[in-house]
Design a protein. Structure first.
Length: 283
């Protein structure tokens, strides 16, 4: 797998931020001829993601570095497992280390947290989705990390799906005004989803033919009732998505209400980095 198109400029900016005018510590302590072999080790259990951008970091620092990956994005690792090995200029490896690990730890953390949510809903029909709550500039990579962890992507941005949220409803003058306007304008046939805050709003929405309804911050009891009402429409029903305040402790209960999707902003905005380290030996 190659790095996403937005990786190249992002990596370039990250290296400029970190290396700046020069990695003087490395340049003044490591002879130019010194070669080494480094391994990236897992220090905690998790799921790896971000190897394509890791390769891009190493390529930009020194295209002569040789990379041997022991795992692929989506693979699980345990403490002590080697994720990849790098051979070549010791100077180059040391200058690339922090930026490389920053990307790899961040993205592997997202994959690891996503996988925990996916495991928590096993045995149900619910699928775990991400949101747009991503790090600016890193959305493509972070959404790829969600997939590596077993989750699925919601819309990528504002441009590829209609999602009418409560502020849109308020600005439009109500649910019916918002849906009427979208249905009149949607000549591009975008998928249409609308957020509702209670069962009364759900009943109003279900008079329309839409693709998906988002039940936001519903109690478990109201989620169950909402799912029953949507399923009562039969085969042409919208898909049901739950969101809002869902944690690892509660996601299983949410899934067992029968929802089709559960969107979790925490996958990308609150995932802890996976603990990885780089160890260098001289050849």
């Amino acid at each position: 797998m190659t790095a996403s198109p937005d990786a190249e400029p992002l990596v370039r900016a990250a290296l400029a931020e970190d290396v700046g005018a020069g990695d003087w510590t490395t340049l003044w302590t490591v002879p130019t001829y010194t070669r080494g072999r480094a391994v990236v080790l897992a220090k905690a259990p998790g799921v790896i993601a971000g190897l394509p951008v890791t390769r891009e970091v190493l390529r930009q620092v020194d295209s002569g570095l040789v990379i041997l990956e022991s795992v692929y994005d989506g693979d699980e690792v345990r403490p002590g497992d080697v994720a990849l090995a790098i051979t070549g200029s010791a100077r180059s490896i040391l200058s690339a280390e922090r930026v490389m690990l920053n990307f790899l730890q961040r993205l592997s953390g997202i994959a690891t947290l996503t996988n925990a949510y996916v495991r928590a809903v096993q045995g149900t029909s619910a699928r775990i989705l991400d949101t747009r709550k991503t790090t600016p500039g890193m959305r493509t990579m972070e959404k790829a990390a969600v997939v590596a962890g077993g989750g699925e992507n919601h819309r990528f941005g504002l441009h590829d799906m209609i999602l009418i949220k409560e502020n849109h409803v308020a600005a439009a003058g109500g649910i019916s005004h918002a849906l009427d306007a979208v249905q009149a304008a949607n000549d591009r046939k975008f998928e249409v989803e609308i957020e509702v805050r209670n069962l009364e709003e759900l009943d109003e929405v279900l008079r329309y033919r839409i693709d998906r309804v988002l039940l936001d911050n519903f109690s478990i009891s109201d989620l169950r009732t909402g799912v029953e009402r949507v399923h009562g429409l039969g085969s042409g029903r919208p898909k049901v998505e739950a969101s809002g305040g869902i944690s690892l402790d509660t996601v299983g209960d949410v899934a067992r209400t029968g929802v089709d999707f559960i969107s979790v902003g925490a996958l990308t905005h609150s995932a802890p980095a996976l603990d990885l380290s780089l160890l260098l030996d001289l050849e």
